[in-house]
Design a protein around this ligand. Structure first.
Ligand code: ATP
Ligand code: MG
Length: 437
């Protein structure tokens, strides 16, 4: 006897924890943000780059790198099942962009300004604003050493906040100096932390010799006064580093960009030098960093290439949209122009050719779909038309179709009257619709 089909159903499958489905209307907000970013990037002469989501693990785990949270515990690593190659789902895109620049010799004729958008993967504890798969949008300026490009990137981010109606972000700046300056500071910092070893928590003890700078970023309340009294990297900077920092801040000032210098600001990845910055907000609870970036003049060398300067930032799409929603962003999905009501399945070939012509002319039309054999009553179709949000119903009733006509009924404007058009000039009606919109 055969088992009833129903018992062969597998258990209900769900998405992986921390990896979210983005559904309408939220998906429209992501598209909206992406389209704003595309236009913005074009105005600043940044061009799109698309690198793979899977990269070789050594791209992220580099021999001499300091121990970072991301590399230490957040990466999704696996082996290629055929040849055993160590592979990783990218936790960020900067390393991949630099790898691509080296692989394709992108800097042969000068610097390149690039941007990307796409998913990143980090094995974190999922919570609001912190996911295991999340979208980032990032900009990278490769091959430029001057502080004016740091400023350009920051001004571009500020322009984006304005464009999407976000006001409550603060800019925090710091300079990490150059490796020799960091080394001198690091020794002073370790000495300071060693003197107060009893205050250090487990994380700090683990990082004391591997990445002491990162200890300054601790959120542990018991360590705040220790961290506040620690030697500041800014005090260890030489003339060239200070001058880079001063050029940046003077450009920001003359552009009216407010900032605070945060001597404790460090980045999650180990390759940064000179400028680092974050845009933060109080509106998103503890996940308050919406965009972060800085200079990484040593990454090209770390990846085996000729030295090249570089600077960039990445923003978290979820956090930025959360802020934009808080600032009043509503459904930004495409507005439907028309809903096509069809009473007779016989009319479908004609109706679809009319709708095809309308859509070619730029009109958005949702077609009422049959149950397979009947189109449903006029009343139920009007209900659908109403809840679709369309501005007009296009009524292809039997009388209209017989006369090669369609009735256009306004659904939102009570003072407007319905009109009947010949199918031959309905596209003309569509052009009036476009100019009125
Ligand atoms: P955090 O301190 O919040 O962990 P981070 O220093 O790890 O941030 P970056 O690697 O600089 O963050 O990434 C840039 C931006 O990407 C962050 O400012 C944030 O907006 C976003 N982001 C980072 N991790 C996540 C995540 N797990 N989920 C959602 N967005 C994230
Ligand atoms: Mg992180």
């Amino acid at each position: 006897m055969t088992e009833p089909l129903i018992s062969q159903k597998i258990e209900k499958l769900t998405a992986v924890k921390g990896m979210n489905d983005v559904l309408p209307p939220d998906s429209a907000m992501v598209e909206w943000l992406e389209s704003k970013v595309r236009l913005l990037m074009a105005r600043y002469a940044y061009r799109n780059i698309r690198t793979p989501i899977v990269e070789r693990t050594p791209l992220f785990v580099r021999g001499l790198g300091e121990v970072t949270d991301i590399v230490e515990k957040e990466m999704y690593c696996f082996e290629d099942r055929l040849n055993g190659d160590p592979l990783t789902l990218r936790p960020e895109a900067t390393a991949g962009v630099v790898r691509a620049a080296l692989e394709h010799n992108l800097l042969y004729d000068g610097g390149k300004r690039l941007y990307y958008m796409g998913p990143m993967f980090r094995h974190e504890r999922p919570q609001k604003g912190r996911y295991r798969q999340f979208d980032q949008i990032g900009a990278e300026a490769l091959g430029f050493g001057g502080a004016e490009v740091d400023a350009e990137l920051i001004l571009m981010a500020c322009a984006l906040w304005k464009e999407i109606g976000i006001e409550d972000v603060r800019l925090e700046l710091n300079s990490l100096g150059q490796p020799d300056e960091r080394l001198a500071h690091r020794q002073a910092l370790i000495a300071h932390l060693e003197q107060h070893a009893e205050v250090l928590d487990e994380d700090a003890k683990r990082r004391l010799y591997s990445n002491p700078l990162r200890i300054l970023d601790t959120k542990n309340p018991h360590m705040q006064s220790l961290v506040a009294s620690a030697p500041k990297l800014l005090d260890f900077l030489g003339e060239a580093s200070l001058s880079h920092f001063n050029t940046l801040t003077s450009i920001l000032k003359s552009n009216g960009v407010a900032y605070t210098v945060n001597p404790r600001l460090v980045r999650g990845m180990d390759y940064y030098n000179l400028t680092v910055f974050e845009f933060t907000t109080d509106r998103l609870g503890s996940q308050g960093t919406v965009c972060a970036g800085g200079r990484y003049d040593y990454l090209f060398e770390q990846l085996g290439g000729k030295p090249a300067s570089a600077v960039g930032w990445a923003l978290g799409v979820d956090r930025v949209l959360e802020l934009a929603k808080g600032a009043g962003l509503k459904d930004v999905g495409p507005r439907l122009d028309a809903y096509a009501i069809v009473t007779d399945t016989q009319a479908l070939p004609l109706v679809l050719s009319v709708l095809q012509a309308l859509r070619t002319a730029g009109v958005s039309v949702q077609m009422h779909a049959s149950t397979g054999d009947t189109m449903g009553s006029m009343k139920s179709q009007f209900k659908r038309a109403d809840s679709s949000g369309a501005r007009f119903a296009l009524v292809f009733g039997s009388d209209e179709v017989a006369a090669r006509q369609v009735t256009v009924k306004p659904l939102r404007d009570a003072s407007a009257t319905q009109q009947t058009h010949s199918l031959d000039d309905i596209v003309e009606w569509a052009t009036t619709l476009q100019s009125a919109a």
